[in-house]
Design a protein around this ligand. Structure first.
Ligand code: 13P
Ligand code: SF4
Length: 438
């Protein structure tokens, strides 16, 4: 297995690969030098793991950014970003998801998983602007949880999420209508609903609003089992979207049989199920997935075990069920980080999650051998779209009194979406932020 060199920077690794100085494969190095050229193309997720996914025509497009940011060297961008941040001081807060490239993470005031970033957005109400170096649904969530006076900025509007886009609000409304015909509306005599909708954080604000209007709740990969327990206290069944894998892995770990987890394919009547299967269901899974985590396989795990005896295999619960079952543990990005931090003896770790986080962890913990299960350096196509040039543009625009790329959720959606998020924040988190692996 080719293990990438323990540099924190995926940019540098891709640069080495494209210069032919390092072995190993890559999806493509196309985003390296001119991500703005990719943004100007037809709607699509661009190079990286989601390259083959179909982006909806309504996906936000990124307009051209000023030439000065496209032409600037990395040294110049570094100087300008630091100067703008220093001048803005407490007026701005920069948030970075663990999957962001190091070239961007270095400027973040707070780095975390999607749950931590959702709460971090509420922590500094004096900041006029929150620059979210993550993806679109995360920026929407920050807008929902921050004050109305705060502006949330996504430096590159092309930073969407292919999984979030797999649950389209019209399809979800249609699914709900069909399910209500099968189950009948309203609670039973004990106040139990026939089905409770649960959406993964990785979904649009419109979907969170839908869930809020129908007595449902949001979850993240760090609290999915707590949230499912919450839902089963209120409903006979759960409709889980968009990620079938997180839904299946979490429900399976709770003891729910696979036969009671039918999949809903929005292109088929009754999602491709018969009425009996839907009546017997405990969890109806939406047909969505993450193209980064879909890349991990049981063969990769077998190879890691053969080549690194005693290796500890930890994967994200967005991986397919056989991969989670074959791993030693599974958990959110923060669970993975803490598991490595907590290892007191030099250990080999094979990790099934996005390459930027894995390489950063490898660089931070040289006493361990840490490598990505997938030997191909293939970043999340959309996280990777946040380039320092976009961050410099957002910061310097703020200095000039201009808010670019503001993410603002409409009031009709925001109110119910906030209910669903507040239910999640109030649901008692599990003591350890993990989804058991088997
Ligand atoms: P976390 O919730 O673990 O941060 O994961 C977010 C994500 O997008 C995973 O693909
Ligand atoms: Fe979306 Fe997957 Fe990228 Fe996470 S890693 S932002 S789920 S495409």
């Amino acid at each position: 297995m080719t293990i990438p060199a323990p540099t924190a920077s995926v940019d540098l690794t891709l640069r080495d690969i494209s210069a032919g100085t390092t072995g190993g494969g890559t999806c493509t190095t196309e985003l390296l030098d001119a991500p703005w050229d990719v943004d100007a193309r037809d709607p699509g997720y661009g190079p990286g793991a989601s390259m083959a996914d179909t982006a909806p025509a309504t996906a936000p497009r990124q307009g051209e950014i000023p030439q000065e940011y496209r032409a600037a060297s990395s040294e110049e961008l570094d100087r300008r970003i630091r100067a703008a941040k220093a001048e803005l001081g407490d007026r701005v807060m920069v948030l970075g998801h663990f999957y962001q490239r190091d070239e961007v993470v270095q400027y973040a005031d707070y780095v975390g998983d999607s749950f931590q970033l959702a709460t971090a957005a509420t922590a500094r109400t004096e900041a006029e602007a929150i620059i979210f170096c993550g993806v679109h649904f995360m920026a929407e969530t920050a807008d929902l949880l921050s004050t109305p006076e705060q502006a949330v900025i996504l430096p590159n509007l092309a930073a969407g999420c292919s999984m979030a886009d797999m649950a389209d609000i019209d399809q979800v409304e249609e699914c709900w209508e069909q399910l209500m015909e099968v189950y009948g509306e309203g609670e039973d005599a004990d106040g139990i609903a026939p089905i409770v909708p649960v959406t993964y954080m990785n979904s649009s604000a419109a979907i969170k609003g839908f869930v809020g209007r129908h007595g449902g709740i949001v979850c993240t990969s760090s609290n999915a089992s707590t949230v499912l327990q919450w839902a089963f206290e209120r409903g006979r069944r759960v409709l889980f979207f968009p990620d079938q894998h997180l839904g299946r892995n979490t429900a399976k770990a709770m003891g729910i049989p696979l036969e009671q987890m039918p999949m809903w394919n929005p292109r088929k009547p009754l999602g491709g199920n018969d009425e009996q299967a839907l009546h017997e269901a405990q969890v109806v899974l939406w047909h969505g997935f993450c193209s980064v985590h879909k890349r991990f396989t049981t063969d990769q795990i077998a190879k890691a075990r053969a080549e690194h005896p005693g290796v500890r295999v930890i994967v994200h619960p967005e991986c397919p069920m056989p991969v989670v079952d074959a791993a030693d543990e599974s958990g959110s990005t923060d669970y993975i980080r803490k598991a490595i931090e907590g290892a007191t003896e030099p250990t080999s770790f094979a990790i099934g999650t996005e390459i930027n986080l894995v390489q950063r962890l490898a660089a931070q913990h040289p006493q361990h051998t840490i490598f990505c299960l997938d030997p191909v350096v293939c970043p999340c196509s959309t996280m990777y779209r946040i380039h320092p040039g976009y961050l410099a543009w957002a910061l310097e625009s703020l200095l000039e009194g201009e808010v670019i790329n503001r993410i603002s959720v409409g009031q009709d959606v925001a109110e119910p979406a906030r209910f669903a998020l507040e239910r999640m924040l109030a649901a008692k988190p599990a003591p350890v932020s993990s989804t058991p692996g088997r």
